[in-house]
Design a protein around this ligand. Sequence first.
Ligand SMILES: NC(=O)c1ccc[n+]([C@@H]2O[C@H](COP(=O)([O-])OP(=O)(O)OC[C@H]3O[C@@H](n4cnc5c(N)ncnc54)[C@H](O)[C@@H]3O)[C@@H](O)[C@H]2O)c1
Length: 334
Amino acid sequence: MDDLRVGVIGCGRHARSHFEMIAAEPRVRLVAIAELDDGRRAEAEQHLSVPGYSDYRRMLDEQDLDIVHVVTMPAHLKAIVLDCLERDINVSVEKSPGMDSTETQDMADAEATSGARAIVSLNRRYLPEVLAVRRLAREHGGTVNCGAIYNKALSATSERFDSLLPPPIISDAIHHVDLLRWFAGPSEDRASVPTEVYSVVADGPRPVEHRQNAVIRFDTGAIGSIESQYGVGGRIQRAEIHAQDFSAYLDLTKREKKVEMYRSTPDIQPRMVGAQIDEPLDLDAVGGAGFNEVKHFVDCILEDRTPWSNLKDAVITMKLCEAIRSGHKGTLDL
Ligand SMILES: NC(=O)c1ccc[n+]([C@@H]2O[C@H](COP(=O)([O-])OP(=O)(O)OC[C@H]3O[C@@H](n4cnc5c(N)ncnc54)[C@H](O)[C@@H]3O)[C@@H](O)[C@H]2O)c1
């Protein structure tokens, strides 16, 4: 099989992680990049030894691409994603997928009539540690409860919110809102759908000092809760997942993920209060330590499958983020 030909549009700060994932995947080959900024384009061309384009449409027309990664700010994504899907080019869409759920829906509609597929970079879903604890929860009868914390100090780029980025719960903490849906999902390949949301918003006085806490009921019966504060002490990304007699606590803040797990066996040891599990997580059972969204997307393209974090599914996560941000209380009809 020939390698799949990949192009990247947008070579800013976050593009580096896409370049790393592409370089680590043997079934794909980066063949071109597009970037508006002359300095960034020249640097990427030199560093990656591929041709660079200032006009991404010329790259799409000339390079016979199988996959395009769009790594621009959310405000710039939609037009580019639509151009790729119109040309039947598979597209990887950064989060947030557009400025609001209407834009995500527009992209999902375009995918529905395209001969190509799209994946949204809701990348917490693809962390091997997340997949492994989710699998264990399913072995214990399914998730009954999950929680997430996503806190940050105030961003130096806060002036980009409104014009280039939607509010941070949508453009950033979306990762852990989506993680709750994923943790509460009914099967290996599906996320849950929220049916009720009770959100309390209590912003601070500084710009983008957004603070929100929400409890969510999912269609699987699981309950999730999220705490997301901007303008606090620092960047913390934690999560937990609980099933009958099983709990896992994950610290996803740094590259090196930490997982603590507990199991109780009341049938065998009724007096036992539960013990910490000291076996390592079985990452091989979920695609291995190097599994990520790029590997999943390539699998889906080659096997004609729908990616887990497709655009239609991302509309639900976007609507949930919007409900949390608006302080929604009550049922959510998605
Ligand atoms: N998944 C994650 O964990 C994660 C982490 C950080 C950032 N992100 C997302 O990645 C995206 C990019 O973030 P960033 O920090 O790299 O932003 P950035 O502003 O540093 O880079 C975006 C680049 O896109 C370029 N661009 C915009 N329109 C273009 C066009 N029409 N043609 C070619 N290039 C174009 C800009 O010139 C810029 O260099 C954002 O959507 C952000 O939310 C995701």
